[in-house]
Design a protein around this ligand. Structure first.
Ligand code: 5AD
Ligand code: SF4
Length: 465
């Protein structure tokens, strides 16, 4: 098993395939379904980039597409039911449209038992399946699937690849995601990611900075640096550097006004990073600090490598250094062996840290992970009762925190018109909160100062200063 940095020649070869596909398919329509995290969204943008180079045009009506790609996630079970349902729907559609090409990629494609399931139930109408390590190879696989009318399944079992200079078609013209590293080495006992995404591998800082510089030139204002555990960025490079050093260089790029990053791991959140966030205005003061559980006992079984006390100490240290900091988090309830007392420890941390928002999940068994083999699995009804209580607490805190914002002045990056009310502009605060307000279209893409006038739980209302 190894990590492969793809050569320019290998990427160029794919460009030749893009031309070949364009000769056959220019003007046809495509649609992509993206499940899961921002990393997957970023990879779908790369798929979109390649597909557009191949002459296809995006359609948001999947039924009229000639090419449909499912970019899958396997972090939790509900995604599996969803995708099997969707594939069933397209099976029926394809009866009347036999030339439709259907592809599947992403994390589920790296799970042998899922590929077997796809082949068994949907083998007939799935034209290509490819994994997370060979996304760059998509043009070649698509060409072969179309031209040779052959089913293409290409999945690599390896530690991972790094592919630079893949075309990209981004969702927004204002804010952009930039993946800085791939894979994860942490092996939290519930998590499938290290198995389907391979080992940690960092992109060269030069490549990342070039990408951000290009985005700044194109007028982008907000950048989110992505990785499964950004705090380990750079450790594997030939010339190792820290994540804080990379972030410091990104801050210096003119034109970028707000920088976010997800996700850091609490076990290695350095003082160097805390000082940098405190010092640099451009770095968002909203920090995602995944808790997972508030019980030291459960954290140990989760292989998270911190205790409840260490987590709280870190949160307090950050609060001291950055007084206006906001925390967001991820929490799992119902991990094997979680007792009522363990769950109350989680509720206690939520009350102490007062997260601004929390992604809450019911533990989901993942084939091949250590937690799946644990004998003390929690009953489903206990899990749903606990998540209900947790969500209520999180929502109460959210409303109280939102209330505190009423009357304050917030810097908001204006993203466009509100979907619900086309007369209102919409943007986000540093804390990621949606604010709707009245204003002129010329403000889109700018950072403005708004006075918050009202809170409506899921969004705020504001007034231009
Ligand atoms: N069950 C439930 N939630 C999970 N997550 C990861 N694996 C699982 C699982 N097996 C959650 C974690 C992680 C987020 C991206 O998804 O909270 O931080
Ligand atoms: Fe999964 Fe843990 Fe890695 Fe996050 S840090 S991707 S939860 S193994």
């Amino acid at each position: 098993m190894a990590i492969k940095v793809l050569t320019e020649q290998e990427i160029d070869e794919q460009k030749q395939y893009m031309k070949k596909v364009a000769n056959l398919m220019a003007g046809k329509k495509y649609h992509i379904y993206t499940m899961g995290c921002q990393l997957n969204e970023n990879e779908s943008e790369k798929l979109s980039g390649m597909i557009s180079e191949m002459g296809y045009i995006f359609t948001d009506v999947p039924e009229e597409a000639d090419l449909v790609i499912f970019n899958t996630c396997c972090v939790r079970e509900n995604a599996e039911d969803k995708i099997l349902g969707q594939l069933g729907y397209f099976k029926a559609l394809k009866r009347n449209k036999p030339d439709m090409v259907i592809g599947l990629c992403g994390c589920m494609a790296q799970e042998p038992h899922m590929v077997e399931k796809f082949n068994k139930t949907h083998g007939q109408h799935l034209n290509l399946i490819f994994g997370t390590h060979n996304l760059y190879q998509f043009p070649e696989l698509l060409y072969k699937a179309i031209n040779e009318n052959e089913k293409m399944i290409e999945i690599w079992d390896m530690d991972g690849t790094i592919a630079e200079d893949i075309p990209i078609k981004r969702e927004s013209k204002i804010k952009a995601n930039v993946t800085i590293m791939y894979g994860c080495n942490n092996f939290c006992s519930y998590c499938i990611v290290p198995y389907v995404r391979g080992r940690e591998r960092s992109r060269e800082p030069k490549k990342i900075l070039e990408e951000v510089q290009k985005l700044a030139k194109e007028g982008y204002k907000e950048i989110t640096l992505l990785g499964q555990n950004v705090n380990s960025y750079g450790k594997d490079l030939e010339n190792p550097i820290t994540f804080a050093k990379l972030l410091e260089s990104v801050v210096k790029i003119d034109g970028i006004e707000r920088i976010r990053f997800v996700s850091p791991h609490p076990k290695d959140f350095s003082d160097e990073l805390i000082e940098l966030i405190a010092r640099e205005e451009k770095i968002s003061k909203c920090i995602h600090l995944p808790l997972q559980s508030g019980s030291t006992e459960i954290l140990k079984k989760m292989n998270r490598k911190y205790t409840k006390e260490q987590y709280l100490e870190l949160a307090n240290k950050i609060k001291k250094a950055i007084p206006n900091v906001l925390f967001t988090t991820d929490i799992i309830v119902g991990f094997p062996g979680e007792t009522e007392e363990d769950f109350l420890e989680t509720m206690d941390v939520v009350r102490k840290v007062r997260y601004y928002s929390a992604f809450t999940f019911v533990y989901s068994r993942r084939v091949g992970t250590p937690a799946d083999k644990m004998l003390d699995q929690v009953d489903e009804d206990i899990k749903s009762e606990r998540i209900g209580r947790l969500i209520n607490l999180v929502n109460d805190i959210l409303e109280e925190e939102n209330e505190k914002l009423v009357g304050t002045v917030q810097k908001v990056l204006v993203e466009g018109y509100s979907e619900k009310n086309k007369d209102m502009l919409t943007g986000r605060t540093d804390g990621g909160k949606v604010v709707n307000f009245e204003g002129d279209s010329s403000l889109i893409g700018n950072m403005v100062e708004l006075k918050i006038t009202e809170q409506r739980k899921w969004y705020l209302a504001g007034k231009l200063l």
